[in-house]
Design a protein around this ligand. Structure first.
Ligand SMILES: [Zn+2]
Length: 294
């Protein structure tokens, strides 16, 4: 679709934006969102900033323009092009009420704005099968449900995602999650709350070269990797809220096919207190009895 086919389309839609700050300095507009800082230059920066002030999430962009001197449909397009606004209908009222809308905002730039309004219906058609420690992730699951996502306990027919919430010790749930992933087209997300932070990954897409059995067999064979399952905590440590937010956002990304590439074939080990990130690699096990030959 050429740009011309889309011109003016977003102008008819309600725009929303969650700025943490914006202003004009030395003729440049500096706009800060929770996810980025943009610097815009040129003659049109004043209408852009004025439009941001008017945006309320309900009013069609074309009506917003009428309140701002010199604003044109091109200014609306520019706001979208710079990922400074999104179609307000991307995030349902239920999600806003459950305070999880902002977890979608960061991935909306990866979705074409003309499709933003379809996101709530897409989420309502998707499901997550949960294995392992459900208590630690109950707030994650309730947010997914607020977005309309179906959450099932354990094996289900055709999940879109499999969440393995790891427990302290390896349990049967790890094998069952692996089987569920192998038997379906789901993407598997492995997650663990630890004493100092959390551990995500690897995220196994349907075509990933390794499976959960490979991962744990490698861990067994590697003394350094042994740390991978010694630190799980239960309850609500101080970094629990940040863990819940991060895992919720990750699952939304997986469900909407925006899997972060940095979780391909590696773990992300985050230390909330040291603010450090490590990314141990994961390799397929030669002749894995579970995934060999898929
Ligand atoms: Zn395997």
């Amino acid at each position: 679709m050429s740009k011309d086919d889309n011109s003016g389309l977003m102008d008819s839609r309600p725009a929303l934006y969650s700025p943490t700050g914006y202003g004009i300095h030395d003729g440049e507009a500096v706009v800060r969102t929770p996810h980025t800082v943009k610097t815009l230059q040129g003659a049109g920066v004043e209408p852009l900033i004025a439009l941001l002030e008017e945006i309320d999430g309900d009013t069609a962009a074309s009506e917003l323009r009428e309140r701002v001197a010199d604003a044109t449909p091109d200014h609306i397009d520019a706001l979208y092009a710079h990922d400074l606004v999104y179609d307000a209908r991307a995030i349902s009222a239920d999600m806003r009420a459950a305070d999880c809308g902002h977890m979608l905002e960061s991935l909306l730039p990866a979705i074409p704005p003309e499709s933003h309004h379809e996101v709530p219906a897409r989420l309502q058609s998707l499901s997550v099968a949960v294995f392992g420690n459900r208590d630690t992730v109950s707030s994650v699951l309730s947010r997914l449900q607020a977005a309309g996502v179906t959450v099932t306990n354990g094996t289900t027919a055709e999940p879109d995602a499999v969440l393995l919430s790891e427990q302290l010790e390896r349990s049967e749930s790890w094998d069952r999650a692996n089987e569920q992933w192998i038997d379906t087209d789901a993407t598997l997300v492995k997650s663990r709350l630890t004493a100092t932070g959390w551990r995500f990954g690897p995220v196994l897409t349907p075509t990933a070269p390794a499976c959960v059995n490979c991962v744990y067999s490698r861990v067994d064979a590697n003394k350094a990797g042994g740390r991978l399952y010694t630190e799980t905590v239960t309850g609500e440590p101080p970094h629990w809220r940040a863990y819940v937010d991060s895992l919720t956002e990750l699952l939304f990304r997986v469900l909407l096919k925006q899997v972060p590439r940095y979780l391909d074939e590696q773990f992300v080990v985050y230390d909330h207190y040291e603010q450090t990130v490590e990314t141990p690699r994961v390799f397929a096990l030669p002749h894995c009895e579970v995934c060999d030959g898929i």
